[in-house]
Write a protein that binds this ligand. Structure first.
Ligand code: SAM
Length: 290
């Protein structure tokens, strides 16, 4: 058997056979476009050496392609009504796929990578439920799961946020986190008619290729991300005020001013104007204060 679910005809057949009811709360929009599927597979450069984690297989549309390309695939799906469809029907012809019925946010992915891939970097591929895009990506990076690349379908606007730098309205904590850990690249823009049912927003496939070495040197990553969150929590306020009012930080006004002076960053700057390199500098100076 070859991948076949990208053809809408077969997707409809499966949905009808099982009388499947789409669940809005799980962000279920299934891909029905073979070109998009082929593009995702091509961009992710999966080989028979690779272990792939798929988040949210749905009825297994992309999983079929992944199973063809990879050595082994684990697909984590939260919706239990999809499990029998995947196991007994759409994925039954591939013996290198395991389906896990679980919320991805509760899976110990580092342990999975250890067990299935000897701790070597894994590839993550997903057509993500849009409501949990940010926690999933931040979780993968911040927990230092060994990953070589993440190739994901996200809301177009979120893909833009991952790519932009200071001075644009989309710039935020997600931009900085992504760019600290990975090189982002948009692979394809995907219109609503490539999905069933059609989402209300445009989508994009973005690939995040993990850096071996981060582009900036930071002694205390956790502290840097606390500074970043503090400065974006209070947009349009000055950085100094953002840092002073943060629940996550407890530096005094004097310490903040001293640190700012040491980095040469003007005291009246807004947090959203700082580059990743400037946040790194600031974090290194604050780190020395304690
Ligand atoms: N991969 C399929 C495709 O491309 O057609 C389905 C994509 S659909 C946008 C997202 C899938 O993620 C759904 O199957 C949904 O049930 C599943 N999902 C939603 N939240 C999840 C979670 N927290 N953990 C695991 N899977 C989840």
């Amino acid at each position: 058997t070859r991948p076949y679910l990208g053809n809408p005809k077969y997707t409809i057949e499966v949905l009808q056979k099982y009388n499947f009811a789409f669940q809005k709360r799980f962000g279920q929009n299934f891909l029905i476009d073979t070109h998009v599927l082929e593009k995702i597979i091509e961009a992710s450069k999966i080989t028979k050496d690779d272990f792939v984690l798929e988040i949210g297989p749905g009825i297994g549309t992309m999983t079929q392609y992944l199973a063809e390309a990879a050595r082994e695939v684990v697909a984590v799906e939260i919706d239990k009504t999809l499990i029998p469809i995947l196991e007994n029907d759409t994925l039954k012809d591939w013996d290198n796929v395991t389906v896990i019925n679980e919320d991805i946010l509760k899976v110990d992915i580092a342990a999975l990578a250890q067990e299935k891939n000897g701790g070597k970097p894994i590839k993550v591929v997903a057509n993500l439920p849009y409501y949990i895009t940010t926690p999933i990506i931040m979780g993968l990076f911040e927990n230092h799961v060994p990953i070589s690349s993440i190739t994901i379908m996200v809301q177009k606007e979120v893909a833009d946020r991952m790519q932009v730098g200071p001075g644009t309205k989309d710039y935020g904590a997600l931009s900085l986190a992504v760019q600290y850990y990975a090189r982002p690249q948009i692979i394809a823009n995907v219109p609503p008619n490539c999905f069933m049912p059609r989402p209300k927003v445009g989508s994009a496939v973005i690939q995040l290729v993990r850096y071996e070495e981060p582009p900036v040197q930071v002694e205390n990553e956790k502290l840097m991300f606390r500074l970043i969150r503090a400065s974006f929590n209070q947009r349009r306020k000055t950085l100094v005020n953002g840092l002073k009012n943060s629940q996550e930080l407890d530096f005094s006004k004097e310490e903040i001013e001293k640190a700012m002076a040491e980095t040469g960053i003007p005291v009246n700057v807004r947090g959203e104007a700082l580059t990743l390199a400037e946040f790194a500098d600031l974090a290194n100076v604050f780190n020395k204060l304690r």
